[in-house]
Each structure stands twice: as structure tokens, then as C-alpha cells.
Design a protein around this ligand. Structure first.
Ligand SMILES: C[S@@+](CC[C@H](N)C(=O)[O-])C[C@H]1O[C@@H](n2cnc3c(N)ncnc32)[C@H](O)[C@@H]1O
Length: 390
């Protein structure tokens, strides 16, 4: 099913979280001179117009980039993301929003490699056209064209499958972003299967998965499944801009799950997430949850198979920015989850927004995922709406 068009959702709160984290990861990789490869398994169109076409329909950017646009108190860690979006809008008016391929292209260096996959026949055309124009613009400014060279390769195909041939990257340094539409529940399964394969081919790679936090079982199970993958460690962050709506409609919460994260990321998230809750939060249900850990064993598997997968609390924090380090004995648990599910063996740190207050989030909750909504990323492309490319 290929009805999803990211243009409807461009610049919403989920994009803010995803693209902020993406830029952080790429900037970290760029600290070493050695080239790295970035693979975007689900690229979308690359760039979106906010004042025409799909984005205007539900104006989802009002939940994300719009409230940040005129702020003068942006945390330093969020500034590179804001700078990138603003550079795309030199007039100062918020007209365009960058997709993940554009964010990557802007952050990555001449020696790094972008590998972009997109399956939708219309989106891939727009993506290719957008990069053609970007390259033409760069050429006008005296930069060498790279689209037909080695730096950027755009593949019209299935990103889950296509990833296999690219791992490990030549320099053994790389980041993979997996950002499917999740319109079909098989996407959840494919994310996990794809990562299992990828970690075998490239165990030291960095992997970032975006997912919608929904009431549906597949969404609730995904993070726990990813926690068991044999990476060195993981970081998981969710952002909810509100509690669930009475009709259960709309996406108000999403997560980024990072395998083999850079050690710097957690501190950056601690700096930015309370701010995003405060500025994007709509009601007392607004919150973030940040957790980190090492792979949990499958029930009974580690003993039976003698694997070296470890489990256990790595850190436990309450409130923000205060944090305590706790090292309970292996096998001990943190607090029970609100749904009475199996207790998490990793620490969770949550910050909420006090009811009826515009003040900084100081509320502390232990929580897991946010409750129900019915659809992940609603939005079919009406045939009359024309998508614009740049
Ligand atoms: C959420 S959008 C991507 C947004 C983009 N990563 C960003 O942050 O700007 C998901 C995209 O994946 C495409 N898609 C769906 N299934 C795919 C598959 N198996 N392989 C590659 N692309 C796929 C959809 O057409 C859609 O454009």
C-alpha cells in the first residue's frame, strides 16, 4: 500500500524530534575525519512546501516547527536544527521544511556518502528532482556536482531490502535511519527483521528508528523488541505533545530508538526534551520519556543459549535535570509499568508539563508509552492536490 505522503505531516512535532536527533547523530559522525555513510531507507520527497499543497491541508507544522520559529530561547543543542531549517528559508518566512535527506545533505561533508531509498513512484521523482535542483544550485555557487558522482545515490526501491547490499559501508562508519509510514502493521515486523540482519552485517553501525507511539499492539511492542537486539547499547526517547484525544484520533506522540548511540546524545536530549515539552506541549499530557540501556535477553534465552546479552538497569533518573545513578543487582526491576505489564529493567526518566501552566516542565512521571490513537500517519494524497518540488 503506497498511499502515504509525508507532505501532509511535514514539520510536525514528530519531524522536529526525528530531525533534531538525526542532525545530532550526523554531527557526531562528522567529528572524525574518516568518511561515513548515511542510509535513509525511507526518504520521502526530501523537501516540503509549507505554504502550498499537502502541508496546508492539516497544517501539522503548527504542532512542530511553527511554535519554534520565532523563539529567542532555543537551547544550544537544538540550535543546529533550527539553523538548518532557517537557512532553507532565507527570507525569514517559514515556507519550506527539510526532510531527512535534505537535513543529511546539509550536515554531511564532501567525503561522506548518502544512500537514499524511496518506493513511492511520485515521491522518488520529486526526491530526484529536488536533489537535481540542489546540485544545480551548488554548481552555480562553484561546488562540484555530486548527484551523478559517488556522494549521493538515490534508489527507487524497497529500503528494507536495499539496505543489505550497503552494509557494512567501506569505511565501517555509518548511520541508518529507518522511518517507514507504519500504515501497514508489517512495517513494525520489517523494522526488527531489517535491524537483525543489519546488525549481523555491521554490528558497530548506528541505527535510528522513528515510530509512532500508538495504542496498537505493534507500536507498543516495538521498543521492547528493539531493546533485545544485539547492539552494544541503546537510547530511547519519546515526545508526547498532549494526552490522547477523546476520539483517539491524530498522532500526539512519537519515539526515536537509537542502537549504538553516541555517548553525547543523552545529554543533548536532556537539554532539549524538557524545552520541547514546554513549547510544543498542549496539555497536561505533554511529556517526554528518556531511557537507555543494554540489550535485554529474550526470556530464558541467555541462559539456554549461553549468549553474552546482558540486561540490567544502567541508569535511573527522576526529574530533570537531576539524575541519580542506580545499579541494582542484575535482574532487579524498576517501577512497575502503568499498564501492569512486565516491569522495565531499564531506567526511565520522564518529564511532563504541569496542567494549565506555561511554565517549564518540572513534573516527574514514571511512564511508558502514551495511550490510544487510531491512525499512525493519516493522510492520503488527494489527486487534486499538487505537490511542489524545489
Ligand atoms: C515517513 S516518510 C519518510 C520521511 C523522511 N524520512 C523524512 O524524515 O523526511 C516514509 C516514506 O517511505 C516510503 N516507503 C514506504 N515503504 C517503503 C519501502 N519499503 N521502501 C522505501 N520507501 C518506502 C513512503 O513512500 C514515504 O515516502
Amino acid at each position: 500500500m503506497l498511499s502515504y505522503r509525508h507532505g501532509f505531516h511535514a514539520g510536525n512535532h514528530a519531524d522536529v524530534l526525528k530531525h533534531f536527533v538525526l542532525i545530532e547523530l550526523l554531527e557526531y559522525l562528522g567529528q572524525k575525519e574518516t568518511a561515513y555513510t548515511y542510509v535513509d531507507t525511507h526518504s520521502g520527497a526530501g523537501l516540503y512546501s509549507l505554504d502550498t499543497g499537502y502541508a496546508m491541508k492539516n497544517a501539522e507544522f503548527e504542532t512542530g516547527i511553527a511554535p519554534l520559529w520565532e523563539r529567542d530561547d532555543i537551547p544550544a543543542a537544538l540550535q543546529p536544527y533550527l539553523d538548518l531549517v532557517k537557512a532553507l528559508n532565507p527570507s525569514g518566512k517559514m515556507r519550506y521544511y527539510p526532510g531527512s535527506p535534505y537535513c543529511a545533505d546539509q550536515v554531511m561533508r564532501a567525503q561522506d556518502r548518502l544512500r537514499l531509498f524511496e518506493l513511492h513512484p511520485s515521491e522518488i521523482k520529486i526526491l530526484s528532482e529536488n536533489f537535481r535542483k540542489l546540485e544545480a544550485h551548488k554548481a552555480e555557487q562553484g561546488e562540484r556536482s555530486t548527484v551523478r558522482g559517488k556522494r549521493i545515490m538515490i534508489n527507487a526501491g524497497d529500503g528494507f531490502d536495499g539496505l543489505k547490499a550497503l552494509l557494512p559501508p567501506p569505511s565501517r562508519r555509518g548511520l541508518v535511519l529507518i522511518d517507514p509510514p507504519y500504515e501497514v502493521k508489517d512495517d513494525y515486523r520489517r523494522v526488527k527483521v531489517c535491524l537483525e540482519d543489519a546488525l549481523e552485517r555491521f554490528p558497530t553501525g548506528m541505527y535510528a528508528v522513528w515510530y509512532p507511539v500508538l495504542g496498537r499492539l505493534e507500536s507498543q511492542q516495538l521498543p521492547d523488541r528493539l531493546k533485545r537486539l544485539p547492539a552494544k547499547d541503546w537510547l530511547h526517547v519519546t515526545l508526547s505533545i498532549s494526552g490522547p484525544t477523546p476520539d483517539g484520533f491524530g498522532l500526539h506522540s512519537s519515539g526515536m530508538f537509537i542502537l549504538n548511540p553516541p555517548w553525547t546524545l543523552e545529554a543533548r536530549l536532556r537539554e532539549v526534551m524538557p524545552y520541547l515539552v514546554r513549547v510544543l506541549g498542549k496539555d497536561a499530557g505533554a511529556k517526554f520519556v528518556l531511557e537507555a540501556g543494554v540489550p535485554e535477553p529474550l526470556k530464558g534465552r541467555s541462559q539456554r543459549e549461553g549468549t553474552d546479552l546482558r540486561s540490567g538497569v544502567r541508569r535511573e533518573g527522576v526529574g530533570q535535570p537531576q539524575r541519580t545513578n542506580a545499579q541494582p543487582p542484575a535482574g532487579s526491576t524498576a517501577s512497575p509499568s502503568p499498564r501492569g505489564e512486565r516491569s522495565s529493567r531499564v531506567a526511565r526518566e520522564a518529564g511532563g508539563r504541569p496542567a494549565g501552566s506555561g511554565a517549564a516542565a518540572t513534573g516527574v512521571k514514571r511512564s511508558g508509552t502514551a495511550p490510544d490513537r487510531s491512525s499512525a500517519r493519516p493522510g492520503r494524497a488527494p489527486s487534486t492536490v499538487k505537490k511542489r518540488s524545489f
